[in-house]
Design a protein around this ligand. Structure first.
Ligand SMILES: *Cc1c(COP(=O)(O)O)cnc(C)c1O
Length: 365
């Protein structure tokens, strides 16, 4: 996990980075303790986290994370995509677990300091990025059940293709009648480590049955579709000659995806009919059968926008559309990537340009 020695080695990595295969060898670290509050961000060489085995975060799961990206524009400039919005979500995730809430501006500054230090690691290909993975974890050693009095935020960085590959290979998904991901009032909206552990068993079973992912249903009636394990879900309906784009609403059980939010905004900008509404799995099945449901796609920072081509549910295995990528899926993905790579104007203020000042933690020193 150390920096490559040569420019040639780096060039070879950036041509085919995969997803999280090579770290930049640096992290940004911000600490909090009850007495001194938040520290300034430090960019450090990658190193092990050393923890007492009685650390609260390890036993009781006070651990939350984020995932965000920096993109390169054609003119060579580098931009973080919606870093303060990711910071606000990290704070909300933390608040749900009674953890310290980092100010979004500090979070953004820490991310920018790391990207500034690792600028040469930001690939330039369309869809490529530097993927940042901030982790916030309780660090105080104690076995009494209570909120920790100290936390560490450590931000990792990896050059990346979209996580399902540069070709946006379609996904197959299946539903579960046994387990659920979230119920209202639980932690489903928080990007907390435990949510992903709780989904792993079912995800592994889905994969053994030949599917890539689980399409989670609501926790009470198990009738409405919610999201995948790491991505939100969209449906594209044929409505006469027009298309209608829908996605389940954020009412406490799904992660408030920033990709989801960006796509809703970009779709509205284009005058498309969009709605945040519940859809039952029965309606999905009926729609696929009649052809009224023309496209299904998943979206998230890591994977961007990925078509869903196959759905296994209730003993049936159904193909979505013709099993390839639909035109609306491609249109929305390209609309988003065009903003991220600076090809179309950033009318919503989503890009934070990395400047010389960021190399000093944004203090301009
Ligand atoms: C992170 C995540 C998403 C997507 O959020 P983005 O902000 O778009 O990356 C969706 N669902 C779950 C469960 C997630 O963890």
């Amino acid at each position: 996990m150390s920096e490559p020695r040569s420019a040639e080695e780096l060039e070879a990595i950036l041509k085919d980075p995969g997803f999280c295969r090579y770290s930049t060898g640096h992290t940004a670290v911000v600490d909090w303790d009850a007495e001194t509050g938040w520290s300034e961000p430090r960019v450090e060489p990658w190193s092990d986290l050393v923890m007492d085995p009685a650390t609260l975060g390890l036993h009781y799961g006070q651990a939350v994370f984020e995932g965000l990206k920096a993109f390169r524009s054609a003119d060579g400039s580098v931009h973080l995509f919606r870093p303060e919005d990711h910071g606000r979500r990290l704070a909300r995730s933390a608040a749900r677990l009674a953890m310290a809430e980092m100010p979004a501006t500090l979070f953004s500054r820490a991310c920018a300091a790391l990207v500034a230090a690792d600028q040469r690691w930001v690939p330039g290909g369309y869809g490529q990025s530097l993927y940042l993975r901030p982790l916030l974890i309780a660090t105080e050693p104690d076995l009494g059940l209570r909120p920790s009095k100290s936390y560490r935020c450590v931000i990792l960085a990896y050059p990346a293709d979209p996580c399902f590959g540069a070709g946006f290979r379609p996904l197959s998904v299946t539903t579960s009648t046994e387990t659920v991901r979230a119920v209202r009032g639980g932690t489903g909206e928080s990007k907390c480590a435990g949510n992903y552990a709780a989904g792993l068993l079912t995800r592994t079973e889905a994969q053994a049955a030949g599917y890539d992912e689980v399409l989670w249903l609501d926790g009470l009636e198990r009738s409405r579709i919610e999201e995948l394990s790491t991505m939100n879900v969209f449906l594209v309906w044929r409505d006469g000659a027009r298309a209608r784009v829908t996605t389940p609403p954020c009412d406490g059980t799904i992660v408030r995806g920033l990709t989801r939010d960006s796509l809703l905004t970009l779709a509205e900008d284009r005058g498309l009919a969009v709605a945040q509404e519940h859809t039952t799995i029965d309606a999905v099945r009926t729609g696929l059968r009649s052809g009224e449901l023309a496209e299904v796609f998943a979206c998230g920072t890591a994977g961007v926008v990925v078509p869903v081509s196959r759905l296994g549910t209730g003993g049936e295995d159904m193909t979505v559309g013709d099993g390839g990528e639909g035109p609306m899926t491609a249109l929305l993905r390209n609309s988003l990537l065009d903003v991220q790579h600076g090809r179309t104007p950033d009318t919503h203020g989503w890009l934070r340009t990395i400047t010389w000042a960021d190399e000093n933690g944004g203090r301009g020193a």
